[in-house]
Design a protein around this ligand. Sequence first.
Ligand code: SAM
Ligand code: SF4
Length: 451
Amino acid sequence: MKQVFVKSYGCQMNVYDAGRMADVLAPEGYAETSAMEEADLVVLNTCHIREKAAEKVYSELGRVRQVKHARAAQGRDTKVVVAGCVAQAEGREILRRAPVVDVVVGPQSYHRLPELIARAARERVVDTDFPAEDKFDHLPQASPERTRTRGIGAFLTIQEGCDKFCSFCVVPYTRGAEVSRPVAKILDEARRLAAAGVREVTVIGQNVNAYHGEGPDGVWPLSRLLAALAEIPGVARLRYTTSHPRDMSDDLIAAHRDLPALMPYLHLPVQAGSDRVLAAMNRKHTGDLYRRLVERVRAARPDIALSSDFIVGFPGETEADFEDTMRLVAEIGFASAFSFKYSPRPGTPAAELEGQVPEPVKVERLARLQELLETQRQAFNRGTVGRTVDVLLEKPGRHPGQLAGKSPYLQAVQIEGGAHRVGDVVPVRIARAGSNSLFGEPVAAVSAAAA
Ligand code: SAM
Ligand code: SF4
């Protein structure tokens, strides 16, 4: 049996794609390994969203080169694949910069990996097409055993690409136009996941709430898809990510009220609080539109945990603009968040704008924002202490006898296992909040106030 080592960077879409790449290679006789030194095939599934993410690939390729040479000295061949968004964006340039690479393949072509690897025996190969055929139709399903090894929660891509063209973002260029997968194929994949023991399905897409897939009776929005997914036996929990404020429709907001399987957690990136900056970002919403949206979501599901993405130091961002972001954060209160310094990306409109913000200013603003967000995260976690919440048990905990799982609000929770098992949903009274995990005791039944 040959061995493949797959390393993924960046978003959940890449985590999902990495799994599907392993699925496409399994029938070719490749078993997955976590040791690069053992691998006949090394796949780096890359991220291009910020400069730092993209540069990681080249430093990792330095390590791959050493491994490849060491294996060659023992008479063992190693093929090296660069996949994902750096592959799409840089294509042939990767072959020039990194002679160790045999195959460059974009996110829409990885179903062709077996063929590309075969060709790599003769030549170096680049495939960054957006092929007319749908890659999902050419990807084999993972066996139940393989699915089980990946855990109790699974990502399921339902939508790819983006038509929003935020001025800072490479996604519309690397992932292409927005495409929704048909309802029947998604439900089929979810049924297989559930049959293999998956209890939580997170449907994913670059703009997941823009989902509009072909259903048996016309086009379905995300809310309807979620309702159908909730009917699948074994699926205890549903989540979706990442959403755009402009696509947060009334029916989707209502689903947070009406669908018990839909967890009370929403990742809704706002990026900034200043309307001037939001306009320059081409976000097509204002700070107030976001505030009103949050009010409506909270009216539907008062306990919902909100999460967001922020960019500081966008070109032209003044101190007053940044204060607008701080004010919006202070007003809304987030349970968790991701925040980044603006990183100019080649080919995006914002990279050409005047008024690029100096690095020390970005560093200082990011530190202030992250301090506020961290305070809010800790406060949210402390707010669950004393409550009883359902915890989906995912894996053994840090110490013998402990189990680790997730609250409905996506918080990590550690419990003393007792008779419980991975995959169970257990009511847990939260006793204490640590810096990254909650700690609690299972209780007999969920109280009326529980989630
Ligand atoms: N589609 C999602 C949305 O609209 O919010 C986000 C997709 S992107 C993979 C994840 C996050 O990366 C964005 O929300 C944004 O905060 C951040 N990001 C994207 N481009 C960036 C850039 N050039 N510099 C810094 N952060 C960036
Ligand atoms: Fe990028 Fe904007 Fe599309 Fe999100 S909505 S993927 S930030 S262009």
